[in-house]
Design a binder for this molecule. Structure first.
Ligand code: NI
Length: 196
């Protein structure tokens, strides 16, 4: 690891900590009473893996598990999407109330076609959403998701730095709960069963 690479990593850690802190404050707002609602989620307009324009209204009446990432992600994203998928399998019929949603933070590379192919590795009902960079930025802002392009010296492909929480939203699209990276499927099942 070069010194430059190290400082890059430390900078990412600092950013991650800052985001963790602000996310913590946002979530804290909810448990502390206050407005009684976390400022996570809201209107969005994106394009699904079939090329259809979708908004938050398309998911009304369903609980959703929402995760932002990118298909070139080497490990975190596939791990999180896999955990969501396994959790839904474990939930059996109960999972029918839940729509899993993957939203790319890398619309430049994550085309509709690529999202359609990528989602096949995961749950059959996974909605894989992309859009213009403006649409994606708006959706990420609504969910308080941080992302930034990071050049990777060891590759010609860039990476995306991004927050990796999974959000459980209720039937009206309002925030219920979040899951930290590396949450095992069993913990999703337990938390979701407690809510359904
Ligand atoms: Ni990722």
């Amino acid at each position: 690891m070069t010194a430059r690479r190290f400082s890059l990593i430390m900078a990412s850690v600092a950013v991650a900590l800052a985001i963790g802190l602000s996310v913590g404050l946002l979530f804290g707002e909810r448990s502390g009473g206050g407005s009684g609602k976390a400022a996570i989620g809201g209107p969005f307009e994106l394009v699904d893996h079939t090329g259809r324009t979708v908004t938050e209204a398309n998911f009304e009446g369903q609980y959703t598990l929402v995760y932002f990432g990118f298909t070139f992600c080497p490990d975190v994203c596939p791990t999180e999407l896999q955990a969501m998928s396994v959790a839904l399998d474990l939930l059996g019929e109960e999972a029918e109330a839940i729509t899993p949603i993957f939203i790319t933070v890398d619309p430049e590379r994550d085309t509709v076609e690529l999202m359609a192919r990528y989602r096949e590795h995961f749950h059959p009902r996974l909605q894989a959403l992309t859009g213009s960079s403006t649409q994606v930025a708006a959706a990420a802002r609504a969910y308080r998701v941080y992302y930034a392009r990071v050049e990777d010296e060891s590759s010609t492909e860039y990476l995306m730095d991004h927050s990796a929480y999974v959000y459980l939203m209720d039937r009206k699209g309002e925030y219920l709960k979040h899951f930290a990276p590396n949450t095992p499927p069993e913990s999703y099942v337990e938390a979701i069963r407690a809510i359904l």
